[in-house]
Design a protein around this ligand. Structure first.
Ligand SMILES: [Zn+2]
Length: 257
């Protein structure tokens, strides 16, 4: 797991699986952990990463309900999990889905964990809205389209955007079950002014991006989505896995998503 400081108050840990990112943000003694790494040793290490930086976890946030972003409780047992109302609705409608999908991943890769995933206490946050942290506030913006739910988190004093599964340098836009091309495009348009103002953008998967590079990916992704089902894959994202995601996108768009 790689850990990088983006600002005195912002750290990003990147998982060895899918380059899933986990952002740690603090203000005046309060600290939230946004999303999570995936592997057991990474989750085990996370409390020590915070401690070494002098941060203490006050709560968890997740950008959306996909299981690989929801594992913070395995590192910080008992912490409350704050999510967008849309994400809370999805988690309530599919109880146990995240735990089941985590088990399927672990089975497939022979991964052992000491405890099963329990999401515990959920706090549904109004989005768009604000979330108080220490002496500051995080801005919460709706971010659906990849899935039916989600939020992007803007850290104003650090000019960092944590956008969930958008603007990835390693993954093409993925229209999952419940997502839609129109929703995805609307989210990209909504976050565009934040991307333009950002020092860094932290995508759900892949390395953190300076604002200008994130803006270039945003333009590439708008172009890709607008041209579906006949779109070509962006040059840097054409591997076998990306072609499989693309094939799913084509199917979903042809089916009306
Ligand atoms: Zn993801």
């Amino acid at each position: 797991m790689r850990v990088i400081g983006l600002h005195a108050d912002v750290l990003v840990a990147t998982s060895r699986i899918w380059q899933t990112t986990c952002t740690i943000v603090r203000s005046a003694g309060e600290c939230f952990v946004i999303d999570s790494p995936v592997l057991p040793d990474e989750l085990e290490l996370l409390p020590a990463v915070l401690e070494r930086a002098g941060f203490r976890c006050s709560g968890l946030l997740a950008t959306h309900a996909d299981w690989d972003h929801l594992l913070g409780r395995l590192a910080f047992a008992g912490a409350a999990l704050g999510v967008a109302e849309t994400t809370a609705a999805r988690l309530t409608a599919e109880p146990g889905a995240a735990a089941r999908e985590l088990r399927a991943f672990d089975d497939e890769h022979y991964v052992q964990r000491s405890a099963p995933l329990a999401l515990g206490q959920l706090q549904a946050l109004p989005v768009p809205g604000h979330c108080e942290i220490g002496e500051s506030e995080l801005e919460l913006h709706p971010a659906d389209g990849h899935t039916a739910d989600g939020m992007a988190i803007w850290i104003p004093w650090a000019r960092v955007l944590v956008c969930g599964d958008y603007l990835s340098p390693v993954e093409v836009p993925m229209i999952s079950a419940g997502g839609s091309r129109d929703g995805y495009l609307a989210t990209l348009r909504r976050v565009e002014p934040l991307v333009d103002a950002a020092a860094y953008v932290v995508p759900g998967h892949g390395e953190m991006l300076e604002g200008a590079r994130a803006a270039a990916i945003l333009r590439e992704d708008v172009n890709y989505l607008a041209k579906l089902p006949d779109a070509e894959l962006p040059i840097a994202r054409r591997g076998e896995r990306q072609r499989a995601i693309h094939a799913d996108n084509v199917q979903r768009v042809r089916a009306g998503s």
